[in-house]
Write a protein that binds this ligand. Sequence first.
Ligand code: ASP
Length: 437
Amino acid sequence: MEIKVVKFGGSSLADANQFKKVKEIVTAEESRRYVVASAPGKRSDDDIKVTDLLYKCFELAIAKKDISEVFDKIVERYNGIIKDLDLDLSLEEELETIRAGIIHRASRDYVASRGEYLNAIIMANYLGYDFIDAESCIFFKEDGSLDTEKTNKVLSDILLEHQRAVFPGFYGCTNEGTIKTFSRGGSDITGSIVARAIHADIYENWTDVSGMLMADPRIVKNPKTIEVITYGELRELSYMGASVMHEDAIFPVKVANIPINIKNTNAPSDPGTMIVPATSISAPNIITGIAGKKGFSIINIEKDMMNAEIGFGRKVLEVLENHNVCFEHLPSGIDTMSVVISTDELRNTKYEMVAEIAKVVNADRVTVEEGIALVAVVGRSMEKAKGTACRLFTSIASKDINIKMIDQGSSERNIIIGVDEHDYQDAINAIYSEFVK
Ligand code: ASP
């Protein structure tokens, strides 16, 4: 029988009404056997997520202030959901334990994790599924990273004993037995871990949008939804700022070749976006998506006969390494080399680094240009498609925009350009109109 792991984000579980939608979705297909729950999210724009309320309580307790007002809001949220769903369930004891824990300085991660913990208990009760505490099956190593193999082994064994279950997302346990959370939005990772452990056919990630958009809707008006995207493409777009789920959620399902389907709890019949290991289906528009970020700088290094000098690149990169600075791109000419770096990374070390670079390679000139935006145009269909770069650059030129940097990997899966930050939005719109019909 097909197995689906379904993860619901905070907005899908914000109140009883959303819980009802989730139950309809889960029960609509026999295969939706394992559910991962986030904490209740915002019910409206000016609402506060339960996770944020919990962090607030933690901060108040540290400052030795009264947590009652904020904690009572949390109690109200959960009791409201239980009452509106008419459940025969009381979380009073759990809530009192958590309240006492916060007052007696429980760890920040423990406090934050309780949002998912309580919501998953409610969801398990509502669906009639087993509750499995993530504390018993998701493990972190001493260095804070996920203990992938131990988690997969223990979780696979536990799953064999449960036909249908609900897991709280966002947290696990260290080898010393203390609760540890992923970074924000980490329930996406929990879903992916569970999907891998049960060898799911698909990991459905239910949120409040009908999939991933081809461009940022704050820049492009009504961008189209991406129907199918590969893990590789998604990685490139997420790295450049496009976000639809937690970046690290890809890795557990990627090793197991499990596709992810991004779906909308509020419009369940929309197909959403399929994220797949590879596909022979070409994207309808040559490009799959466009993403970008402002806030980059370019260090330009000039030196006559640079190209003949062995070790030149190593010396430059060693300076970066010594300053613990990572670079994004490294376009070079015959006697010039440019290093593209996030301006934030350079903030404290710019002058020192420039002086060091100039010294170690005995450069003729080193200059730094700030205010650069990078735009990544990503698409598996670009490979071997003639004229793509021509169309891209013509569209930019037609808007009178100057391109300061070009980078295309030989995978031909992406072309990245650097433009002045003032031209950022126009560049993205120009590219979108050229490629998306
Ligand atoms: N509730 C956590 C957060 O707000 C984790 C999650 O929703 O994935 O970040």
